[in-house]
Design a protein around this ligand. Sequence first.
Ligand SMILES: [Zn+2]
Length: 333
Amino acid sequence: MNFFVYFTHTTQMKLFVLIGLLVILLFGGCTSKPLFPEAPFVEASYCHSPAPHTEPPKSLPETNHIKWVDFNVSYAVLAKAYQYDVSTYGKDVHLKMPELLAYISVKNGNFFSSKRDVKELDKIATRLKAGENLDEIMSGNKYYKYHLEVYQTIFAEFLGTTAEGKYGLIASHPIAKGRYYNHSNDFGVARSYGYKRRHLGHDLFGSVGTPIMAIEDGIITEIGWNRYGGWRVGIRSHDNKRYYYYAHLRKDSPFAQGLELGSEVTAGQHIGYLGVSGYSNKENKNMPNAKPHLHLGLQLIFHPSQEKGSKEIWIDIYAITRLLEKNRVAVGL
Ligand SMILES: [Zn+2]
């Protein structure tokens, strides 16, 4: 492993490597994800890590970025943190969703239990409203700032001033308002086509032609046919840290009019139509034996090396999609 060869010249890194080996011996390959971010994505993804990401080695300033994220926040916790954020906006103490989530995930080791963690949220909210400071409470915790960066990155453009002029959710649900869909938590389940791989996204089932809306503002960086995704659109956020992937769009007319590579889109803009295209080297083919659905993916990018390849970070977007139910947008608005 080149990681070892590269670093064994310092005593500090020898110690680090020894600790790493000991952890591997004790816990098996699962811990290789946070310790060795170079590990292939698919292999690493099978294991569950108690931490959503790891502290990078201090002697490597050029790689001082987050290597991995397991987004495990349950919907109940997410909804409660959102509620606190909105209800305290403009008050003396504004409780921000990313900070609350970072506190909870550090406290629970990234193993969420809705009932317990909602109670913890209530407790910390009471303390903060009484004047305590979260940065001070977490000052001795070396993981807090990494957890905070993760949630600040994911939700950077989720809250703001809505069309009605109120503070709330400005990111949009991907299915147009008034249109039926159903979904379940399907992130990470096994899929195979040509080779075995995990499902790195979330499927929303509906009827062909259901309008698909952009979740947040961004630039279209991919549009057209892809052998797995079929007709698909990829939208990169303006801060470059999030990439949304909308796939299996409608055969024959997949996209909303006027969209092309480089087009700017806004949250809630109509971008395409639900379909069942994909899994073919030939363009404009529907998948055999599949129900029409939108495949939705959210990739986080903390460093250019994570744009494509084995270091890509795709997160479970099921709970987030449920939160987005609070902002369904109709076509033409
Ligand atoms: Zn899918």
